[in-house]
Design a protein around this ligand. Sequence first.
Ligand code: PLP
Length: 399
Amino acid sequence: MDKLVYLDNNATTRVDERVLEEMMPYFKEEYANPSSMYSFAKKASDAIKEARVKIRDFVNARDEKEIIFTSCGSESANTAIRGVLNYNKNKKHIITTKVEHPCVLNLYQTLEKQGYRVDYIGVNSNGELNIDELENAIDEDTALVSVMWANNETGVIFPIKKISEIIKSKNKDTKFFVDSVQVAGKIPIDVQENGIDLLGISGHKFHAPKGVGALYVNSKTMITPLIIGGHQERGKRAGTENTPYIVGIGKAAELAQDSLKYEMTEVKRLRDKLESNIVKKIYNARINTGVAERVPNTTNIGFEYIEGELILLHLSDMGICASSGSACTSGSLEPSHVLRAMNVPFTAIHGSIRWSLSRFTTEEEIDYVIDKLPEIIEKVTSISPYQKELQALKNLRQN
Ligand code: PLP
């Protein structure tokens, strides 16, 4: 393959070789249905048990029975949200944020049409959650508070422990769901320490394959299953277990745990190097999240007065993959709902690019981007209709 610098790891990640290796026997030799009675099925059923323990440890759950395997992050979120609401149909109020992933936001919009009252909590210009607004929104009727741990577009981390303390102090019956898809493998996850009732993760964001996720539901939280059928997953998610993929997410979790320190130091160092060099070398670049606390692998940078799509095309010509919004919304020219919620100025919102690294990102790759990007931005800037404004910005930033 020609040159490839993959900096879109919040969209998906490369499967780790060690994960693939661990999965292979469950396609070829140990293909039994894990629920079967004969001894040939024992290896498959033991492998699922082992993976469940690995996910338990990864999120620090008390008991592996609190882990349900799903097909993806979207299914984990839907199972959690619909599961809680369907179990207790008396309560009709939900609190979430304006910057959730579409798999959560679109579900809440559907639920609103079905009679639920939903409060969407805003963020400030750095993408940080307005906690007072959230606190004031909790009432007697609040069934669920649903907040992502880190945002997929900006990487901004929300204060999960503080939010859970607020919820418990205002309404002990309110359940707390945390979409943790973008923190898995980037910062430690501890459901007990953070007072989380339900938590979703997705394998393909931390070097397992696409098509497998997990949901933590604490033993005190009851849910009605989304998929009804056989008794798999203790009746909480029917369907023959996907043994190789479950083995894969278990192994990926173990590896992610082992490389957390690397992620929080080395990956962060490379992200910071990329970010500081872009801002130093390109006068019309701004870090959209200011000083907000973020996961170590992500930066979202606005290039003022130019179009993000054009930047992406030029990057792609040089073998560099980044993204101008979440993968689901790119392809539309609508600016991202996340950056709009942050009130990113219109001059920067259309030219905002998300860069997301992984433990496979190398220094040489970051140096390549730092080397190539200024000429790309210069080319795109030269055809911008906003030359007067750009000149004024140049004068301002260079003084
Ligand atoms: N939640 C967040 C924050 C995400 O970034 C994503 C995927 O981009 C999802 C949920 C959905 O995960 P999946 O693609 O596994 O359904």
